[in-house]
Write a protein that binds this ligand. Structure first.
Ligand code: SF4
Ligand code: SF4
Length: 179
Protein backbone atom coordinates (compact mmCIF):
# COMPACT_ATOMS: atom_id res chain seq x y z
CA UNK A 1 0.00 0.00 0.00
CA UNK A 2 1.39 3.41 -0.95
CA UNK A 3 2.37 5.76 1.83
CA UNK A 4 -0.01 8.68 2.42
CA UNK A 5 1.91 11.96 2.32
CA UNK A 6 1.55 14.29 5.24
CA UNK A 7 0.16 17.72 4.33
CA UNK A 8 2.84 20.45 4.29
CA UNK A 9 3.21 22.56 7.35
CA UNK A 10 2.26 26.05 6.05
CA UNK A 11 4.22 27.83 8.81
CA UNK A 12 7.48 26.04 7.99
CA UNK A 13 6.89 26.64 4.27
CA UNK A 14 6.47 30.38 4.82
CA UNK A 15 9.56 30.58 7.02
CA UNK A 16 11.63 28.78 4.37
CA UNK A 17 10.37 31.10 1.64
CA UNK A 18 11.13 34.20 3.74
CA UNK A 19 14.59 32.87 4.57
CA UNK A 20 15.33 32.34 0.88
CA UNK A 21 14.08 35.83 0.02
CA UNK A 22 16.26 37.30 2.78
CA UNK A 23 19.28 35.39 1.50
CA UNK A 24 18.86 36.84 -2.01
CA UNK A 25 18.33 40.29 -0.52
CA UNK A 26 21.76 40.14 1.10
CA UNK A 27 23.45 38.34 -1.77
CA UNK A 28 21.61 39.16 -5.02
CA UNK A 29 21.81 36.33 -7.44
CA UNK A 30 20.49 38.09 -10.53
CA UNK A 31 19.92 35.80 -13.48
CA UNK A 32 17.92 38.14 -15.68
CA UNK A 33 19.02 40.61 -18.28
CA UNK A 34 18.66 44.34 -17.69
CA UNK A 35 16.37 44.50 -20.73
CA UNK A 36 16.06 46.66 -22.82
CA UNK A 37 19.17 48.58 -21.64
CA UNK A 38 21.04 45.34 -22.37
CA UNK A 39 20.19 42.95 -25.19
CA UNK A 40 21.76 39.71 -26.25
CA UNK A 41 24.25 39.66 -29.12
CA UNK A 42 22.62 37.22 -31.53
CA UNK A 43 24.45 34.79 -33.81
CA UNK A 44 24.54 35.72 -37.52
CA UNK A 45 22.14 32.88 -38.45
CA UNK A 46 19.50 33.89 -35.87
CA UNK A 47 15.95 33.46 -37.21
CA UNK A 48 14.48 36.91 -37.01
CA UNK A 49 12.29 38.98 -39.31
CA UNK A 50 13.07 38.53 -42.98
CA UNK A 51 12.21 40.12 -46.27
CA UNK A 52 12.32 38.96 -49.88
CA UNK A 53 14.41 40.12 -52.80
CA UNK A 54 11.76 41.34 -55.24
CA UNK A 55 13.98 40.84 -58.32
CA UNK A 56 15.47 37.48 -57.32
CA UNK A 57 12.14 35.82 -56.41
CA UNK A 58 10.65 33.80 -59.29
CA UNK A 59 7.16 33.52 -57.78
CA UNK A 60 7.24 29.70 -57.58
CA UNK A 61 5.06 29.59 -54.40
CA UNK A 62 7.16 26.85 -52.77
CA UNK A 63 7.54 28.99 -49.64
CA UNK A 64 3.76 29.28 -49.40
CA UNK A 65 3.35 25.50 -49.77
CA UNK A 66 5.78 24.55 -46.98
CA UNK A 67 4.73 27.17 -44.43
CA UNK A 68 3.27 25.21 -41.45
CA UNK A 69 0.93 27.92 -40.06
CA UNK A 70 -0.03 29.20 -43.54
CA UNK A 71 1.51 32.57 -42.78
CA UNK A 72 2.52 33.26 -46.39
CA UNK A 73 0.15 34.71 -48.99
CA UNK A 74 1.18 35.02 -52.63
CA UNK A 75 0.09 38.36 -54.04
CA UNK A 76 -0.39 39.03 -57.78
CA UNK A 77 2.22 41.31 -59.37
CA UNK A 78 3.41 42.29 -62.82
CA UNK A 79 7.06 42.54 -63.78
CA UNK A 80 8.12 46.12 -64.37
CA UNK A 81 11.36 47.70 -65.55
CA UNK A 82 14.58 46.28 -64.12
CA UNK A 83 12.76 43.13 -63.01
CA UNK A 84 11.06 44.93 -60.08
CA UNK A 85 7.40 44.16 -59.70
CA UNK A 86 4.33 46.37 -59.50
CA UNK A 87 0.85 45.73 -58.14
CA UNK A 88 -1.18 43.66 -60.62
CA UNK A 89 -3.72 46.45 -60.95
CA UNK A 90 -0.96 48.63 -62.47
CA UNK A 91 -0.98 46.39 -65.59
CA UNK A 92 -0.85 48.36 -68.83
CA UNK A 93 -3.85 48.53 -71.10
CA UNK A 94 -2.32 45.83 -73.30
CA UNK A 95 -2.86 43.04 -70.76
CA UNK A 96 -0.97 40.51 -72.93
CA UNK A 97 2.25 42.51 -72.70
CA UNK A 98 2.29 42.39 -68.90
CA UNK A 99 4.28 39.50 -67.50
CA UNK A 100 2.27 38.26 -64.54
CA UNK A 101 3.86 36.77 -61.46
CA UNK A 102 3.36 36.43 -57.70
CA UNK A 103 5.32 37.40 -54.63
CA UNK A 104 5.15 36.19 -51.00
CA UNK A 105 3.98 38.33 -48.07
CA UNK A 106 4.32 37.11 -44.48
CA UNK A 107 1.72 37.61 -41.77
CA UNK A 108 3.91 38.20 -38.71
CA UNK A 109 1.03 37.31 -36.41
CA UNK A 110 1.08 33.74 -37.74
CA UNK A 111 4.79 33.25 -38.53
CA UNK A 112 6.61 30.92 -36.13
CA UNK A 113 10.05 31.79 -37.57
CA UNK A 114 10.78 28.17 -38.50
CA UNK A 115 12.58 29.34 -41.69
CA UNK A 116 11.19 26.43 -43.75
CA UNK A 117 10.39 29.04 -46.43
CA UNK A 118 13.95 30.41 -46.36
CA UNK A 119 15.42 26.92 -46.66
CA UNK A 120 13.11 25.74 -49.46
CA UNK A 121 13.49 28.78 -51.71
CA UNK A 122 15.24 27.55 -54.90
CA UNK A 123 16.82 30.93 -55.65
CA UNK A 124 17.75 31.99 -52.10
CA UNK A 125 15.49 35.03 -52.36
CA UNK A 126 14.70 35.57 -48.67
CA UNK A 127 16.81 38.05 -46.74
CA UNK A 128 17.05 37.36 -42.97
CA UNK A 129 17.58 40.45 -40.83
CA UNK A 130 18.38 38.97 -37.40
CA UNK A 131 15.93 41.47 -35.85
CA UNK A 132 13.47 39.91 -33.42
CA UNK A 133 12.61 42.37 -30.63
CA UNK A 134 9.70 44.06 -32.35
CA UNK A 135 6.22 44.60 -30.97
CA UNK A 136 3.23 45.63 -33.04
CA UNK A 137 0.42 47.71 -31.64
CA UNK A 138 -2.39 46.85 -34.00
CA UNK A 139 -3.52 43.73 -35.83
CA UNK A 140 -3.08 45.63 -39.11
CA UNK A 141 0.67 46.03 -38.44
CA UNK A 142 1.08 42.26 -38.22
CA UNK A 143 -0.22 41.96 -41.77
CA UNK A 144 2.02 44.10 -44.00
CA UNK A 145 1.23 44.91 -47.60
CA UNK A 146 3.83 43.64 -50.06
CA UNK A 147 5.47 47.07 -50.22
CA UNK A 148 5.65 47.20 -46.42
CA UNK A 149 6.97 43.64 -46.30
CA UNK A 150 9.92 44.66 -48.50
CA UNK A 151 11.04 46.90 -45.61
CA UNK A 152 10.99 44.70 -42.50
CA UNK A 153 10.98 46.27 -39.02
CA UNK A 154 14.17 47.89 -37.81
CA UNK A 155 15.88 46.79 -34.61
CA UNK A 156 14.42 49.12 -31.91
CA UNK A 157 17.32 48.34 -29.58
CA UNK A 158 20.23 49.03 -31.90
CA UNK A 159 21.88 51.30 -29.35
CA UNK A 160 21.42 49.02 -26.31
CA UNK A 161 24.47 47.41 -24.72
CA UNK A 162 25.11 44.02 -26.35
CA UNK A 163 25.93 41.19 -23.97
CA UNK A 164 26.63 37.48 -24.10
CA UNK A 165 25.55 34.94 -21.47
CA UNK A 166 28.01 32.94 -19.44
CA UNK A 167 27.38 29.89 -17.24
CA UNK A 168 28.31 30.77 -13.67
CA UNK A 169 28.43 28.01 -11.04
CA UNK A 170 27.51 30.35 -8.22
CA UNK A 171 25.04 32.68 -9.91
CA UNK A 172 23.58 30.34 -12.51
CA UNK A 173 23.82 32.66 -15.50
CA UNK A 174 25.72 35.90 -15.76
CA UNK A 175 26.07 38.41 -18.58
CA UNK A 176 29.16 40.15 -19.82
CA UNK A 177 29.78 42.73 -22.60
CA UNK A 178 29.84 41.15 -26.03
CA UNK A 179 33.29 40.97 -27.59
S1 SF4 B 1 9.42 31.23 -41.17
FE1 SF4 B 1 8.09 29.40 -41.13
S2 SF4 B 1 6.16 30.15 -40.31
FE2 SF4 B 1 7.30 31.97 -40.95
S3 SF4 B 1 6.63 32.36 -43.03
FE3 SF4 B 1 8.46 31.07 -43.20
S4 SF4 B 1 7.68 28.96 -43.30
FE4 SF4 B 1 6.02 30.26 -42.55
S1 SF4 C 1 10.58 33.55 -52.25
FE1 SF4 C 1 11.56 31.78 -53.17
S2 SF4 C 1 10.21 30.05 -52.70
FE2 SF4 C 1 9.01 31.95 -52.36
S3 SF4 C 1 7.98 32.35 -54.31
FE3 SF4 C 1 9.90 33.48 -54.35
S4 SF4 C 1 11.34 32.09 -55.35
FE4 SF4 C 1 9.61 30.85 -54.71
Amino acid sequence: MSEVRKPRDPVTGHIKALAKGFKYLIEPNRMTLDYPAETMKLPPNYRGFFTVDDVKCIGCSMCEMVCPPEAITMVPRIVGSGGKTLPAESAPQDQKAAKRTKRPVVNWGKCIFCYFCVDVCPVDAFRPTGVHDVAFYTDREYRPTYEEYLNPPEDPYKSSKKVVSKADKKRGVSYEPAP
